[in-house]
Ligand binder design. Sequence first.
Ligand SMILES: *Cc1c(COP(=O)(O)O)cnc(C)c1O
Length: 419
Amino acid sequence: MATGGDGIYIVHSDGSRTLDGCSGAAVSCLGHSHQKVIDAIVHQAQQLSFAHTSVFTSQPAEDLASLLVESSDGAFSNVMFLSSGSEAVESAIKLVRQYHICNGEPERVNFISRKYGYHGNTIGALSAGYNPPRRQPFEPLLSDAFHHVSPCFFTRDGREDETEAQYVDRLVQEYEEMFQRLGPKTVAAVMLETISGATLGAVPPAVGYLARLRALCNKHGALLLFDEVMCGMGRAGTLHAWQSLGGVAPDLQTIGKGLGGGYQPISAILVAARVHTKIAAAQAQHPFVSGHTYQGHAIGCAAALATQRAIIDDKLLKRVVDMGDLLEDEVRRQVPHLKEVRGLGLFKAAEFAPVASRGHIAPDVVKACLTNGLAVYLCSPATDAVLFAPPFIITPEQIKELVRIFAMSVKQVLERKVD
Ligand SMILES: *Cc1c(COP(=O)(O)O)cnc(C)c1O
């Protein structure tokens, strides 16, 4: 039973504590007791909690939208706030469709996404994603408008005789073939996690991959949609993950998780000016008939605004990079039996080398960590990896404590002959 929060720790009913090494699922970027965010929530609740967005906007929603637009290097002009990552993905898919209707191309109905992508659990988001165990029970309900190509995972899928550039060529060729198979004029968007998150474990794209996808979408008139629900909002060391990856911006982007840091359920879609302009200009003829009761919720926006301001005021993005480097060094130095340590900022994964006669050991490692007072995130099912995504406020001493418990837990699991 979780009854309290104290910085990076979750406090249990008996007073014992768990070090939150993954912010839940890369959510609690400011830890669990940030006073400024709590104050902002209380203040907004005293002013006004809810006013329906069909009629009203609110100051926190306007200020938060401005902050997000201004931090996007000109990539986005408009923002829509929702309550969960899945909701943001659903509405982003609909906005893509809306754009093509308004642009006189209603025949664009296909989406190209990736195997082992994760985009959420509602029917549309689950259709876009591709994690077989999550999809399996619901397969008959999923949309056939989504088509899946290979993920970008050079260190695993690159061939021995292949350079990184040749690997990217091969992946782009696979996209091109998918465009041709579907008919290039039927493709609405390419969508992907900028850095693969929950399923593969913090896999950054190969060098040049995002730029090639941008060019491919431009060539065929499709939109590019980045899902940064997990890797965005500072997790990778820049507010938007693509800002750390060569600066290739999408047309639409979903964010969630770290946006409100877990203090309130809030997510958003960021939209490029050219997409918004087209949709807004055709509003009379083609209104965007989609909405959710709690979109733009004032307390959610107030909490997210306070969260994002704290990240700026306390210069936490620099800290994310520094602590991420330390975390990576410590893991490499202390943890046995690793195949790879990867990721950006405080979004890092440790993948295990195969253990003779045993399947994946990550599930046992995650359990052992919990017993030893540390929460880390289990990536599944395509890799034998554990994800680290601690709160941005973590100190060097706490990083060392995290890695000490992790290394001890891995050793305990390896020493057990059978689990
Ligand atoms: C978590 C996640 C989602 C879904 O967000 P929910 O808030 O759980 O609905 C979507 N996309 C990515 C990349 C995620 O990591």
